[in-house]
Design a protein around this ligand. Sequence first.
Ligand SMILES: Nc1ncnc2c1ncn2[C@@H]1O[C@H](COP(=O)(O)OP(=O)(O)OP(=O)(O)O)[C@@H](O)[C@H]1O
Ligand SMILES: [Mg+2]
Length: 388
Amino acid sequence: MQVLSVHLLNFRNISYLEVALSPGINLFYGMNGQGKTNILEAVEILSTTRSERAFKEAELVNHDQESASVAGSFLKNDLDFEIAVNFHRSRKKTCVRNGKNTTADSIFGSVNIVKFFPRDVEIVSGAPAVRRRYADMEISLSDRLYYNNYKNYVKLIDSRNAVLREVSDMSPGDARYGELLSLIDSYDGLLPDVAYKIYRGRLGFLNEISLYANRSHQMISSDREKLDVRYICSVNESPDKSMVLNENLFKERLIFLLKKNLKNDIIRKLTSVGPHKDDIEFLINEKPAKNFGSTGQIKTLTVSLKLAQIDYIFNKLGDYPVLLIDDLTSEFDAGRLFNIVKSMSRDIQVIVTSTDHGIFKAAFGAGDAVRYFEVSGGSARVKTSDSI
Ligand SMILES: Nc1ncnc2c1ncn2[C@@H]1O[C@H](COP(=O)(O)OP(=O)(O)OP(=O)(O)O)[C@@H](O)[C@H]1O
Ligand SMILES: [Mg+2]
């Protein structure tokens, strides 16, 4: 997978930008607040049609404009294609592939990326919902079946919760009370099958990713740290929550717990068990990273997860994704940073931002291993390694 070029119009602080990218490492460097992250965000949008950092889509449109356009051309399995996503202040975004209007859903995942943004450390240090979202997004990007199952699961839980809210405000004598309880019962009949698919999907993903992530983590930490990943399943009532359940046991336990918790679920107006309540635990040298990891160790772990994702996607799709790394240089010591930068010289395209280009010059020297772009005031200028 390769991003050939990116074209932006009225996107955040960028009035107009057209850049041709190298198939190897592309470094966007410059001072704070110039537009480096905005350029990476644009590539993220071309992959997922949305930006994780934008609270509202209108934020993406330049303050003085009514609409913005993010477009790119790509090469995937020897085929080239173009994608554009247009954002408007007063109406919904529109998506275009090869000049034809299409839906956001049909574009989602066409461009395979792995992205590391500074806030991704939340995957390790944040709330369980962040870790679930990480797993669900990463799996969905290369597995449409999982994506559809995930959407079905969310819909079922939302519907069940809506009925719980209704029942909660009623008395058992109410005419619709029995009817609503049997509606919950019918959701409970549908949930185990789709819940198990989510559980299996996440377990398979984490098994694979943990192998590669441990390898990266050991490499970055110069063999000082070992990484383990465990899935904490809310359906599993045994003391070891990471113990794997087979299909029958999982479904039996879930049905049992849905029934057992129904009274409480009605009071709390929420479904209290299922994959939407699960968690992932990361351990560095056998200690939970969330509680004991230093800032640099947690950032190492997060980068390792992202590097692992590259191999995961390659195994799934037979093609390497594009790696996006925002603000690489902060928090790492010189040794770890050098190990990460060196690990980029492989068969993948990398788009990285940093306030500093020194580490890249030190790691790769002169020559064209890195394409340097100086970002300033929403523009990006190509620089040769000896002109910076
Ligand atoms: N809708 C918008 N319209 C105009 N400017 C915007 C809009 N959204 C963000 N900006 C501005 O874009 C500028 C560049 O933001 P960006 O996050 O890309 O900076 P950066 O180069 O990555 O800086 P840093 O090194 O601090 O991370 C910021 O000054 C920000 O205020
Ligand atoms: Mg930035």
